[in-house]
Design a protein around this ligand. Structure first.
Ligand code: SAH
Ligand code: SF4
Length: 343
């Protein structure tokens, strides 16, 4: 039976219309689903009984099963959710000053195969549905303390969001909708490995999110070694396309750069980075490599990270070192795996 959370507002209106009911009922249903977290149609008391019954006959309301919740010493929480096909995914909640950021997954595993990423090294199972993307938010909101509220949402968990474009777009639209989760678009960030055509589409279609790009190297050779997708979408083309994106006023692209000892962390790399980013309205997030079992890569010494940052800052780039959070519970960037069924 169809999951009602896989429908956009327009699709839900159409669906309701076909049941012979007023289209505005769709907005009421959306509010029940996302603003009030309804788990059954019977709760939707402002809908007529026959409509509720008809909805129940033709569709279902999906939810995720919370299998485990781990709390890190630094306040980070990692949620392990079970899906209906018994696959599992992880979402991470990160308190940071006044912000509470939820990092969600868009695929089970990832097919991009980046060498420094545990998710990438563990293979790909399938795309998440729109409902499954949204249900991570719903599932975490369910577990929050009464005085807590998620302020930001980042698509930086498992998977490459732009490889699951249509469902992710639909989920983002519901996240930002007033009858959905009500996030302002500035508080949603989508991080991509750099799938150029889909990046362009994202802007052309005004999908409500900000853009982050995982750069991770300053030469095509090193980038293609670390990130196989760079063979298809080379570094020079990626940077050229960034120059053509029409960013909203005052908005910047975030470039993420995982620093790996002896691979991309030299002074020369830092200087090269200042050159290749010139003319792009951007800021840089440096992420010291998170080590995981089986990798030969190492995290650079702290002084190396600080020098890299200094060089970028002196060239005028806002540069933040993203200290890794939740490392003690394997919740840090690149450490999510979420056991894939059968492997
Ligand atoms: N697929 C998307 C979003 C998920 S990955 C993307 O690649 O952008 C989110 C971030 O984690 C990326 O910036 C990636 O470069 C980073 N990352 C992956 N593995 C890492 C590791 N082992 N240590 C630190 N950061 C890592
Ligand atoms: Fe996939 Fe992103 Fe990991 Fe690359 S870094 S393998 S794109 S999740």
């Amino acid at each position: 039976m169809k999951d009602i959370k896989d429908l956009s507002l327009e699709e839900l209106e159409f669906f309701i219309g076909r049941l012979g009911k007023e289209r505005y009922r769709a907005r009421q249903i959306m509010k029940w689903l996302y603003r009030r977290g309804a788990s059954s149609f019977d709760e939707m008391t402002d809908l007529a009984k026959d409509l509720r019954a008809e909805l129940g006959r033709t569709s279902r309301i999906s939810s995720l099963e919370l299998l485990n919740l781990e709390r890190s010493g630094d306040g980070t929480r990692k949620y392990l959710f079970g899906l209906e096909d018994s696959n599992r995914i992880e979402s991470v909640l990160i308190p940071d000053g006044g912000r509470l950021t939820l990092c969600i997954s868009t695929q089970i595993g990832c097919a991009m195969g980046c060498r420094f990423c545990l998710t990438g090294m563990s293979g790909f199972a399938r795309d998440l549905t729109c409902g499954e993307v949204l249900n991570q938010l719903a599932g975490v909101i369910n577990e929050l303390d009464t005085d807590e509220q998620i302020t930001n949402c980042v698509l930086m968990g498992m998977g490459e969001p732009l490889a699951n474009y249509d469902r992710v777009k639909q989920a983002l639209e519901i996240m930002a909708s007033d009858v959905g989760f009500g996030f302002s678009r500035r508080r949603i960030t989508l991080s991509t490995v750099g799938l150029i055509p889909s990046m362009k589409r994202l802007f052309a279609e005004k999908v409500p999110c900000r853009l982050a790009i995982s750069l991770n190297a300053t030469t095509q050779k090193v980038r293609a070694y670390l990130m196989p997708i760079s063979k298809q979408y080379p570094l020079s083309s990626l940077l050229a396309s960034c120059r053509t994106l029409s960013l909203p006023p005052r908005e910047r692209i975030t470039f993420e750069y995982v620093l790996i000892q002896g691979v991309n962390d030299s002074e020369g790399d830092a200087k090269k980075l200042t050159q290749i980013l010139r003319g792009i309205r951007c800021k840089v997030n440096l992420i010291p490599f998170n080590e995981f079992e089986g990798t030969a890569f190492r995290r650079p010494q702290e002084n190396v990270v600080l020098l890299f940052q200094k060089i970028l800052m002196e060239a005028g780039y806002t540069t933040i070192i993203r200290e890794s959070r939740g490392g003690d519970i394997s919740a840090a960037c690149g450490q999510l795996r979420g056991r894939i069924t059968g492997s």
